[in-house]
Design a protein around this ligand. Structure first.
Ligand SMILES: C=CC1=C(C)c2cc3[nH]c(cc4nc(cc5[nH]c(cc1n2)c(C)c5CCC(=O)O)C(CCC(=O)O)=C4C)c(C)c3C=C
Ligand SMILES: [Fe+2]
Length: 387
């Protein structure tokens, strides 16, 4: 084996309150996050939404200490993974490539090049694949590879998702069991999986496997848990006016409370680190909703972070992936014709001079309307709830 590297892909998060607006701008500039029919609208809309969402988002980050813990936890996971690989006889450098904040994916690739890495495992820290998460990072890497042909010297393999790994499933089941056992009556606790949502169109129109993988993942965990407790799966953190995967977490909590459920064990299922949506949304907002609705015991399963069984399993996964035939980025970004990454196929009429002129005029009208909306606080985006 030549020099070995592992590239951990993650989302990134604002480290201090001043970072929130530029972080949101980066996030909303991603066409895999907001899919617009006109690419020229992406940056103006990202600017508008990030400017107007920043204050509310800053208040949320303020409630969890003024910034996201994601960078620190991901660094701890990288160190733990490096040590675990070492114990298995694999000397590897572990790199972190964030999609929307520091250390950016581009910086990680520059360091991988500088260090002369010859074999690379690309490992997203998202157990399940979504176009909006791992897909977006793979897409960026594909672009970097196209721009720099010297990267072709690296023999890499990309891991699309790994939610069915036995060590991960077992670690989740153990953490759930520990929380259930803290309840006055453990057999009575309702297990409530809360996954980050995505717009329904991702699944139904673009073929995102995310919902299928989430559902399968919860089934595997419930099987490994091997208890008779009832369970529910719901989706949290929706943004904007379109329909997201349902049931929504807040509605599902209210329904369970109305059915007389008194003990809830909430399991964040789509992410492996503590972050704003566990620490603020679940621990503060959903707890309040649940308690007001009559839930007496509300417990939340901690994120895996550096759980030793989990990290050990990631190390096994890395070793196995490096030994197997490589999976190219083109394979994981375009796995089959049913999944569509952005941009959608361009139709010929989009490039005609007529369309170009009208696109330009509409862009100016749209941009002025958006500016007016931002200044006055009134307009169609406020009306539909995107701002
Ligand atoms: C599997 C996990 C995630 C999916 C799927 C996902 C899709 C998705 N997210 C947004 C919009 C936002 N996400 C934000 C933060 C955020 N998202 C994830 C994970 C997934 N997102 C994480 C781990 C975080 C938190 C990072 C941190 O700082 O700790 C935010 C910013 C926070 C806020 O203002 O609410 C937005 C906005 C969309 C639109 C989307 C699917 C299309
Ligand atoms: Fe998100």
């Amino acid at each position: 084996m030549g020099r070995v590297g592992v590239l951990l892909l993650n989302l990134g998060g604002p480290e201090q309150l001043e970072d929130v607006r530029p972080f949101l701008f980066n996030l909303f500039s991603d066409p895999e996050i907001i899919r617009l029919p006109f690419p020229w609208l992406q940056k103006p809309l990202a600017w508008l939404i990030s400017s107007s969402r920043a204050q509310k988002s800053q208040e949320n980050y303020q409630q969890i200490g003024g910034g996201s813990p994601l960078r620190q936890i991901t660094e701890e996971q990288a160190n733990a993974l490096q040590k675990s690989l070492e114990k298995k006889g694999v000397e590897a450098n572990v790199y972190i490539g964030m999609r929307y904040w520091y250390p950016f994916t581009e910086e990680a690739i520059a360091r991988i090049k500088r260090d002369g890495i010859e074999q690379l495992a690309i490992l997203p820290l998202y157990p399940q694949f979504s176009i909006s998460t791992s897909g977006s990072s793979f897409r960026l890497l594909e672009q970097l590879w196209l721009e720099d042909p010297t990267l072709n010297r690296i023999r890499y393999t990309a891991i699309p998702s790994w939610y069915s790994r036995p060590g991960y499933v077992q670690a989740m089941a153990e953490l759930i069991a520990q929380e259930l056992d803290q309840l006055p009556d453990p057999s009575d606790g309702h297990i409530f999986f809360s996954a980050h949502g995505v717009p329904v169109s991702y699944v139904q129109e673009s073929g995102d496997p995310y919902q299928r993988e989430i559902e399968h993942c919860t089934e595997l965990i419930i099987k490994a848990l091997n208890r008779a407790n009832d369970y529910t799966l719901a989706y949290q953190s929706r943004v904007g006016p379109v329909e997201w995967l349902q049931p929504y977490t807040e509605d599902a909590i209210a329904d369970l409370a109305a059915r007389g459920i008194e003990s809830l064990v909430v399991v964040p299922i789509s992410f492996v680190s503590e972050h704003i949506e566990t620490l603020q949304e679940i621990d503060i907002e959903y707890r309040e909703i649940a308690e007001e609705a009559g839930i007496e015991n509300f417990r939340r399963v901690p994120a895996l972070n550096t759980h030793s069984g989990f990290i050990d399993d990631l190390a096994d996964l890395t070793v196995e992936a490096l030994a197997a035939p490589p999976r190219l980025l083109s394979e994981v970004v375009h796995p089959d014709k049913r999944m569509k990454m952005y941009p959608p196929e361009r139709s010929a009429w989009g490039m005609t001079p007529f369309a170009e002129v009208w696109n330009g005029r509409l862009a100016m009208v749209g941009f002025l309307a958006l500016l007016l909306e931002l200044v006055s606080g009134r307009g169609p985006l406020h009306f539909v709830g995107l701002l």
